[in-house]
Design a protein around this ligand. Structure first.
Ligand code: HOZ
Length: 432
């Protein structure tokens, strides 16, 4: 990789017309320095920029490209659906099929409503939990990210940490007062928050495996403890599986980890990369949603026929092909073991968190179990590592505080190429 002049000139032009030159802040490369690369196309394990450079992909559109890019199953489903029009704003057979399939794959979801993004899904889920319980407050975890709805932009992860705005201006004090915070993996702290707000907490929402402060796993017993607490206190437990849904298992992190939430939010993956989200859960709760119940939520583009076609293509494939998850586990282990070997060879004490096909390499000696420990990472060294990887043709998430997402398109040759680049980049990152 060398020439990036077209990406640079596109970025310069973009800054005149788009805030910061990008349509989502993490893309601006602010956390790693340099200019973002502008993508022209992607195929299988590769993504290609406007200058014609080829990169091995480890972001995969932040999760949904489980089978790699431009998969024929999805491409053909989209082309076929397009022949019948792009949007109807009316019910379709496909969205019924989609809802039935989701309920089969994620058994805690008995009824589901389609929306257009993960942000919409989480905003709506909180509203429904409030309507159902008649309570106003909810608990979120520091460093967890649930999209950019006002009530979630408090100690938020992802781009909000990266850009240094975990608490965004524009969120009113009135809104913020109903969002209660707790550290991830600290059950006693959660219990104290609930106790201090007795009878006022409608929901606890979390990423069961956090991906937006880097990949951070729940400690044994933590999710089970939350489940018990919610049952005891009449609190709705919401798993935000926008990143983990259908990725860790057909039934998402809840199946992988064996804890059932009351509600689940989904995104990206159920559109096979098209703009989609969904929220669902126990029938009793979902029957509060309009027009069945009083909680209003709507959308002209919800259940869009093209997005449903793409989503059905990938979900049906995942449902029928459990080997996908074996492949993802194998790829994840191979990459992570290779990184750990290099760290040992180089005498570097960094931390690697990993589950299935998600992982993060944290530039810290500390065990990373929450937002505080994630923040001990050396983000300057991470930035150097990122740039070296990019030069070697490896496309990583441009922030220490993001998870990486692997696909079944990554074969052993890609992994070998990745691991040699990784060792070179690690050496360069820690050098003087
Ligand atoms: N962590 C984000 C996805 N959940 C990154 C994508 C973005 O914000 O653009």
């Amino acid at each position: 990789m060398s020439e990036t002049s077209r990406s640079r000139s596109l970025f310069a032009k973009a800054r005149n017309f788009i805030p910061g030159g990008v349509n989502s802040p993490v893309r601006a490369f602010k956390a790693v320095g340099g200019n973002p690369i502008f993508i022209k196309r992607a195929d299988g394990a590769y993504i290609y920029d406007e200058d014609g450079n080829e990169y091995i992909e480890l972001i995969n559109s932040w999760g949904p490209m489980i089978l790699g890019h431009n998969h024929p199953l999805i491409r053909e489903a989209v082309i076929k659906a397009m022949e019948n029009g792009t949007s109807f704003g009316a019910p379709t057979a496909r969205e019924v099929e989609m809802a039935e399939l989701i309920t089969q794959m994620v058994p805690s979801v008995e009824k589901v409503r389609m929306v257009n993004s993960g942000t919409e899904a989480t905003m709506s889920a909180i509203r429904v939990a409030r309507g159902y319980t008649g309570k106003d407050k909810f608990i979120k975890f520091e460093g967890h990210y649930h999209g950019h709805g006002d009530s979630f932009l408090i100690a938020a992860g992802s781009g909000a940490i990266t850009m240094g705005h975990p608490d965004s201006p524009g969120v009113t004090k009135g809104t913020a007062k109903d969002t209660l915070l707790a550290p991830f993996n600290d059950l006693e702290a959660v219990k104290k928050v609930v106790e201090a707000n007795k009878g006022e907490v409608a929901a606890i929402i979390l990423e069961p495996v956090a991906g937006n402060m880097g990949c951070v796993l729940p400690e044994p017993g933590f999710l089970e403890g939350l489940r018990q607490l919610c049952d005891k206190e009449g609190i709705v437990l919401i798993f935000d599986e926008v990143m983990t849904g259908f990725r860790l298992a057909t039934g998402g992190a809840q199946q992988y980890l064996g804890v059932k939430p009351d509600m689940t939010t989904l995104g990206k993956i159920i559109g096979g990369g098209m703009p989609v989200g969904a929220y669902g859960g126990r029938k009793e709760i979902m029957d509060y949603v309009s027009p069945e119940g009083p909680v209003y939520q709507a959308g002209t583009l919800s259940g869009n026929p093209i997005a449903m076609a793409a989503g059905l293509a990938i979900l049906n494939h995942l449902h029928e092909t459990p080997d996908v998850y074996k492949t993802l586990e194998h790829t994840g282990s191979k990459i992570v073991n290779g990184i750990k070997d290099s760290l040992t060879t180089l005498g570097l004490p960094f931390t690697v968190n990993h589950v299935g096909s998600m992982y993060s390499l944290f530039f810290t000696e500390q065990k990373v179990t929450d937002f505080e420990s994630a923040k001990t990472s050396d983000t300057v060294a991470f930035g150097k590592y990122f740039q070296e990887m990019l030069k070697s043709g490896i496309y990583l998430a441009p922030s220490q505080y993001e998870s990486l997402f692997l696909s079944t398109a990554l074969k052993d040759t890609h992994i070998d190429q990745f691991l040699s680049a990784n060792e070179r980049a690690l050496k360069a990152a820690v050098k003087g």
